[in-house]
Design a protein around this ligand. Sequence first.
Ligand code: CS2
Ligand code: MG
Length: 405
Amino acid sequence: MRIQSAEVVVCSPGRNFVTLIVTTDEGLVGIGDATLNGRELAVASYLTDHVAPLLEGRDAAAVEDTWQYLYRGAYWRRGPVTMAAIAAVDVALWDIKAQAAGMPLYQLLGGRSRDSIRAYGHAHGRDIEELSDSVQARIEQGFGAVRIQVGIPGNGPGYGISSVEGAHDYEPASVGLRPVEEVWDAGSYLRHIPAVFEEVRSRFGAELDLLHDVHHRLSPIEAARLGRSLEPFHPFWLEDVTVAENQRALRTVREHTVVPLAMGETYNSIVDYLQLLPEQLIDYVRSAVTHSGGVTGLKRILEFGAIYGAKSATHGPTDISPVGLAAALHIDTAHHDFGIQEYMQHTGPVFDVFDVGYAFADGVFQPGERPGLGVRFDREAAARYPYRQAYLPVNRLRDGTLHDW
Ligand code: CS2
Ligand code: MG
């Protein structure tokens, strides 16, 4: 079976997605997600201009060889644009292979290691009252694990908090020609967060797993202080407490706190984990299928992490399309050292374009039994939602200095 064509569709059913459609000479169609939030068109061009012409005529079954051909063959290795493009090809080829076998993808990855996939949801609010309403809504949806983000007094809307009045679904990328600018003050954040955890714990009890994402904003010693201050409320994890490029920072954090740590959504290769995993500096690997070279790339990372006691916690925000999420769910089903799956929840129009075979109920996912990934892409529906320029926010300290968002 040969690859006949590879086409890219960029659409925006509520937010931007880049989808690769690979068609074979036997009529099978596989799809892959190449969405890179805020830089979507760069990956679309990489695929259309440089990858699609190379795929035509290749053996559709040669998944590993195609991965290596695009990785080693480019000479310029790694990087988010390259790895998102490789991911889309890899996922589309796995989709084709599993359809050809007449099996859901997880069967080709080793079969079921568990009956269901536990997920965590997102809760947020401008203050503790709004946050509590949001936590309650997630509990009513069946989640037993919830990420809590809250506005910091005096800082205005910030990470995880919508700048749209009354909005309950937080979507960080904003449509427009320039990013929204937010304000960050680590001092007020560090003073406020322990009280938030204390209040949410006392309102919702000890059973609910609470997660929190720091989005790379603290210095190593600030992160250590945060971890220690939250220990009494036993968080499930703290995510991205320091910048991801400096992995030694987590040594400092580890020396001072036993709070579990998660990192990896901005990484794109197993090479990014060469220090973090062997030194056992993290407990959860947060890489995405879409940003780390697809099923092939992520499986390599997760097996490496398993040696060092790190569990999978695959990135699942709304900027991973249902195609990327479905691929994660197949890995979650088969991978032995599974931790938890993020589920930020796509909304209405997304499902006009992507018909999904996976299902979520009572806090857990099922990957579905359709052959392949189990997601169908409706090109006509996609055409009704054209691309719109959108950016993630940027962040500044009170004195105007640009900071990590
Ligand atoms: C977040 C993401 O889900 C998470 O943990 O950090 O929402 C992240 O901000 C976006 O994926 C960036 O594109
Ligand atoms: Mg995150």
